[in-house]
Design a protein around this ligand. Structure first.
Ligand SMILES: CC(C)(COP(=O)(O)OP(=O)(O)OC[C@H]1O[C@@H](n2cnc3c(N)ncnc32)[C@H](O)[C@@H]1OP(=O)(O)O)[C@@H](O)C(=O)NCCC(=O)NCCS
Length: 156
């Protein structure tokens, strides 16, 4: 588990397209997230989980998944979380989420927040089992396709 940088972009795109299809973020949205801390100390950055070495061919270890987080005073916002299809239901999503929550606690955040598509029952189930509860609905929040967002929160 480590902070992501620009070199992770090709693997992140693959996972993102698999998970989010047409609503994947464009490079412009990723650019500040993957920028070096010294160049752009953005409060939004990403964690990546490296899959164990030797489990795939190729020079660089493939990524199991990524999580984008933003820390604002008192709150940790999970902006995106995705695990590659091949690595799902093996605990990677849980580990990424826990790593983000640890960073939030260390920064003094009292709660973790996120939005999830109303139709994304698998993710809602995932978050509910990890202590998140729905507290609001944001109509028409998502695009490609347009859909309501459920807002979920967990005390840290
Ligand atoms: C949601 C997601 C991140 C979970 O990652 P993961 O690595 O598979 O999750 P873990 O292995 O840590 O946890 C699996 C648990 O999550 C829940 N879960 C995951 N997928 C599920 C599904 N399709 N249906 C029901 N529950 C599911 C279950 O509680 C499951 O536990 P179980 O395997 O013991 O039944 C992954 O499915 C994913 O990338 N989905 C597409 C992108 C997405 O929806 N992101 C979240 C919205 S931003």
């Amino acid at each position: 588990m480590r902070r992501a940088d620009k070199s992770d972009w090709p693997e992140i795109v693959k996972i993102s397209l698999e998970a989010f299809g047409a609503s994947s973020w464009p490079w412009e949205r990723w650019r500040p997230v993957l920028a070096p801390v010294a160049e752009a100390p953005s409060p939004t950055w990403a964690l990546v989980a490296e899959a164990p070495r030797g489990t795939e061919t190729g020079a660089a270890p493939p990524l199991a998944g990524f999580l984008v987080l933003q820390i604002v005073p008192g709150e940790l916002e999970i902006q995106a979380l995705a695990v590659a299809n091949a690595w799902r239901r093996r605990g990677w999503g849980t580990r990424l989420l826990e790593a983000a929550c640890q960073r939030g606690r260390a920064a003094g955040c009292e709660s973790a927040l996120l939005e999830v598509r109303r139709s994304n029952l698998a993710a809602q189930e995932f978050y509910r089992h990890r202590g998140f509860e729905i507290y609001a609905l944001r109509p028409g929040y998502y695009h490609s396709p347009v859909e309501d967002a459920l807002l979920m929160r967990k005390p840290l």
